[in-house]
Write a protein that binds this ligand. Structure first.
Ligand SMILES: Nc1nc2c(c(=O)[nH]1)N[C@H]1C(S)=C(S)[C@@H](COP(=O)(O)O)O[C@H]1N2
Ligand SMILES: [Mo]
Length: 412
């Protein structure tokens, strides 16, 4: 769906947005109390087993990567059910453990300040009375699929479920900045949320965008996802949406926007979330002296959603295969499948297009399989001509994986 402005009230009721939600008790449960089931992730290192939890507020069945602060991964089969990831199974990632357990949306204010003509303090109703936009976009953690990096790197050992696709509803950041009036000489805009580090010396999680990017008419402040208010763990009541960019910039529980007349030199912009300034952020393990730059736009990826690595398929029969793809910061141009280790590629059928930042479902049928092992590979090319790589990229942070994914199946 193309981005469009919605001036009329949408189905989103003000009352739903103003509800408060508690997550009391989050901090006290022990790991074992959450583990009623488990799942084996297709990651490189041991342990591969993870508990499956149903116990986080507003969340259904999720893969538990960490309790506090919560890291919850979306099970792969969720992506097989539809192009939009349901809110109750949308992945969760926080850096610091001091997260408000409830937010009173009536009392909540969004500050806009710094290098502006007029500092603002906006209520949720102020934002609800502004022109609305809606956009489908993929939210993907920079470290999605880090668990497949080899050699291994520290950090959450995610499989492919640190991503999700939603319809985001909100207001343009540009409209909010225009209300405050950005002064000449503004360089970046910094975003901060209600969460805090556990110790005061630790750096508060904040992220910045160049002022031109912030005012590009796409970056938005969302108050709803998939037509409902944001789950608390996904940033209720407001979050930043930076279409096509890794979600480290998608600041949750957004409460403070500060226009800077200089480049942000914070830890979270200059040290954390930086990548080697090389194609695909790729370096050799152990390589040093590489210029580092902040991570930014996403690159194309594609996945199988109805076959998993190690699956069995019936021999002597064809099979319907499907999955999802996304183009990163450009739309999906094509998705192709290979059954001969990447020598030849066949185009698959693309399902409905929800805009260039969205997941795109794809499907195909494969010819009958002979008994034995087969490998299936899927590759996405975006409209800028970026294509997934044949060799996996590597960097110290486990960021930006976009190698062609392969599943090995046995026909029996
Ligand atoms: N306030 C706040 N916003 C944040 C973060 C955070 O720690 N605090 N983490 C960022 C990172 S690194 C990711 S991957 C996404 C995760 O978004 P989600 O939990 O809604 O899926 O939130 C981003 N926004
Ligand atoms: Mo992330």
């Amino acid at each position: 769906m193309p981005q469009h402005r919605i001036h009329a009230r949408s189905h989103l009721s003000r009352r739903a947005v103003l509800r408060t939600i508690g997550i009391a008790g989050l901090a006290v449960a022990s790991q074992s109390a959450w583990a009623d089931q488990s799942v084996e992730l297709p990651i490189a290192g041991e342990p591969r087993q993870r508990p499956v939890t149903h116990d986080f507020p507003q969340k259904g069945s999720m893969i538990l990567q960490r309790i506090r602060p919560p890291l919850l991964e979306t099970p792969m089969e969720v992506f097989d059910r539809g192009v939009f990831t349901p809110n109750d199974q949308f992945y969760v990632r926080w850096h610091w453990a001091v997260i408000p357990t409830k937010v009173d949306a009536d009392a909540f204010r969004l500050a806009v300040r710094g290098h502006v003509n007029q500092a603002l303090s906006l209520s949720i109703s102020d934002l609800l009375s502004m022109p609305r936009v809606e956009l489908a976009a993929v939210n993907q953690c920079s470290g999605n699929s880090r668990g497949l990096f080899s050699p291994r790197v520290p950090g959450a050992q995610w499989a492919h479920g640190a991503m999700g696709n939603a319809r985001w509803t909100g207001v343009l950041l540009k409209d909010v900045l225009d209300r405050a009036g950005v002064k000449l000489g503004a360089v970046q805009v910094r975003f901060n949320g209600l969460d805090e580090p556990v110790v005061p010396e630790a750096p508060d999680f904040r992220k910045s965008l160049d002022v031109d990017h912030a005012r590009d008419g796409e970056v938005m402040i969302a108050f709803a996802m998939n037509g409902e208010q944001l789950p608390l763990l996904n940033g209720f009541p407001l979050r930043l949406i930076v279409p096509g960019w890794y979600s480290t910039y998608w600041v949750k529980m957004l409460s403070d926007i500060e226009v800077l007349d200089r480049a942000d030199d914070d830890y979270w912009m200059t040290t954390a979330y930086t990548i080697p300034d090389t194609p695909h952020a790729n370096i050799a393990p152990g390589q040093t002296g590489v210029k580092m730059v902040p991570i930014s736009r996403m690159v194309p990826r594609s996945f199988f959603t109805n076959v998993t690595d190690g699956a069995s398929l019936p021999a002597g029969a064809g099979a319907a295969i499907r999955g999802i793809a996304f183009g990163g910061d450009a739309g999906v141009a094509r998705v192709e499948l290979s059954m001969d280790d990447g020598r030849t590629w066949q185009p698959v059928t693309l399902d409905e297009d929800y805009g260039k930042y969205s997941f795109r479902r794809w499907q195909t049928s494969i010819p009958q399989l002979t008994k034995g092992s087969h490998s299936l590979m899927v590759r996405c090319t975006n409209l800028s001509g970026d294509v997934q790589t044949a060799m996996p990229n590597w960097n110290n942070s486990g960021f930006m994986r976009n190698v062609i994914e392969t599943v090995h199946v046995t026909a029996i």
